[in-house]
Design a protein around this ligand. Structure first.
Ligand code: FAD
Length: 512
């Protein structure tokens, strides 16, 4: 058990990786590139699985006289191991035209703070540098895809737009906007570059729980959990230069809370993601199965920031981790369950349930039970401000909130406890959901993600869960409490590490 005074191991020290195999990160990176190159010389020599794509436009054919293909990058900001990027290069190679990447940067996104914009933009800066080495132009456009992409396509005589997939409402709205305004002879093609099994292939409906989707996903892994070919140096050069990009200015000009800044332990970009992956495999994977629910232990992969921004492919990580299946069977199985089945279940929920962030998205039994207990007396009622300042009467909850604010990521086990307490301490399930989503999206680097919406919906609305013994406020929604945490791990050590205090409860005045 970690001593109380010990700093969390989420520090740069866990990034200085020396592999068991003796390889450093550069060698690890090179080994992955060799794997890609032995898989195929390029995407033209690779049998691309067409089920990964959806043609969004009516037009399917690239016009003969076009002068380029664009990959409209959004959720998956990386070059290698990206099926959308690969498909765009395939079209560009076939048509013998230049390949462009456009990222459309908006001023404000949900409750994102500078912390998340910094992670995104600094990651894109590395993507742009990698693109340059591969003779692919990278463009940072100001505004949403819907606002700026259709005209950019006309101005540069682009013959096809390839985009990645995001099941959330706002990006789906951008997709609709591009579809509506895109030149009619230009195909718009979407590729699910985020999930191992494309969301629409895994299931064509909202799944009830992990139990109902597990086999649908796992039975398709032979087909989809495959090696990637490389994105290669592009042989056709663009006739025009991309506009120069002021990366720091791109961060500073976002309409985002500047008081929530970047964190030390998680640095953006593919190379940093690989370092984290390597340290997970070398140091933490062996205890993942047994210790991942203990917030005082350093047992998690910590990959979620890079997964969220698509700076590394989950499929690549799964391929690397599963090489250790015979050595750490239980840990590897547990990790693949989380990173593939649970994560893809979250995409399934957000894709098929339009109310993915509202109590209306809960099952009938859950809506009924929450409603039955709507008027139950709450032991404590906190405002969003008190919650965000970690000033509740519960030192464990406050410590978890402090971890979120300081480090930009709360331990997975405590995320459940934290969110359930918000249900217990707010006037209604609607308020609880609103506050939980806000806090998660504002502070967590991996927030604004299907897994975040589903995590909050699971905790407050029983999504993908079953009914439990009925009690006040929660009704039949699963309950968690302080004593239960005490039985699971050394809560004193966790509290000492983050410094959460017991604050005196001052009931909020009516109407506040
Ligand atoms: C209230 C609440 C809020 C959450 N908010 C987010 C969020 O904003 N973003 C986010 O990515 N995850 C969220 N989760 C899910 C989960 O807690 C995190 O994915 C996990 O803690 C990330 O840390 P890790 O990468 O070290 O996890 P690991 O345990 O190492 O897991 C590896 C990967 O598996 C996936 N995964 C793990 N647990 C889950 C899960 N329960 N559901 C779906 N996918 C999972 C993630 O992609 C994760 O990166 C939330 C869960 C709850 C209960």
């Amino acid at each position: 058990m970690a001593s109380a005074a010990k700093k969390p191991k989420l520090s740069t020290s866990s990034l200085s990786v020396t592999a068991e195999t003796g390889k450093n990160v550069e060698e690890f990176m090179k080994a992955l590139q060799t794997k890609r190159e032995t898989t195929a010389d390029s995407i033209l020599k690779y049998n691309f699985n067409k089920k990964r794509i959806r043609i969004i436009s009516r037009e399917q054919m690239v016009p003969d006289d076009c002068e380029g293909i664009v990959y409209w990058m959004s959720r998956d900001s990386r070059v290698q191991d990206n099926w959308a990027f690969l498909f765009a290069q395939k079209l560009a190679l076939k048509n013998e035209v230049p390949l462009h990447v456009c990222f459309c940067l908006i001023a404000k996104y949900l409750d994102a703070s500078v912390r998340q914009f910094h992670f995104l933009v600094k990651g894109l800066e590395k993507v742009a540098a990698d693109c340059k080495k591969l003779n692919i132009s990278f463009h940072l456009l100001e505004g949403s895809g819907a606002e700026v992409l259709p005209q950019w396509v006309i101005d540069h005589k682009i013959g096809a737009v390839v985009c990645d997939f995001n099941p959330l409402r706002v990006p789906l709205g951008w997709l609709e906007g591009v579809k509506k305004d895109l030149k009619k002879d230009v195909p718009l093609i979407q590729v699910d570059a985020h999930n191992v099994v494309p969301c629409w292939v895994a299931s064509d409906k909202q799944e009830y729980s992990a139990r109902t989707i597990r086999n649908k996903i796992n039975s398709k892994l032979d087909e989809y959990l495959s090696e990637f070919p490389p994105v290669i140096k592009h042989p056709y050069t663009s006739k025009f230069e991309p506009e120069p990009i002021d990366w720091d200015n791109a961060i500073e000009t976002r309409e985002a809370d500047k008081t929530v800044g970047p964190v030390e332990w998680a640095k953006p970009g593919y190379d940093e993601a690989l370092k984290m992956l390597k340290s997970f495999i070398d140091k933490r994977l062996k205890i993942y199965a047994t210790k991942r629910n203990d917030p005082t232990q350093d047992a998690l992969s910590n990959m979620s920031p890079w997964f969220h921004f698509g700076q590394i492919s989950v499929q690549r990580v799964a391929l690397c981790v599963q090489e250790y299946k015979s050595k750490y069977t239980e840990s590897v199985n547990a990790f693949l369950e989380e990173a593939i089945v649970r994560r893809e279940l979250a995409d399934n929920f957000c894709f098929y349930c339009e109310h993915y962030d509202s109590v209306k998205g809960a099952s009938n039994w859950a809506q009924k039970t929450l409603d039955d207990h709507r008027k139950d007396k709450r032991s404590h009622i906190y405002t969003l401000e008190t919650l965000s300042k970690s000033e509740t009467h519960d030192d464990l909850w406050n410590s978890a909130q402090l971890q979120l604010v300081k480090e930009g990521k709360m331990h997975g086990f405590l995320r459940m406890y934290w969110c359930k307490k918000i249900l217990e301490w707010t006037p209604s399930p609607e308020d609880a959901l609103k506050y939980a989503i806000y806090l998660n999206d504002h502070y967590s680097i991996d927030g604004r993600d299907p897994s975040g919406f589903v995590g909050c919906m699971w905790s407050i609305c029983g999504i993908h869960d079953q009914g439990w013994a009925e009690r006040a406020v929660f009704g039949k929604i699963r309950y968690m409490n302080y004593d239960g945490c005490k039985r699971k791990f050394d809560i004193k050590a966790f509290i000492a590490r983050y410094g959460g205090k017991v604050h005196k409860y001052v009931p909020a005045k009516a109407g506040k």
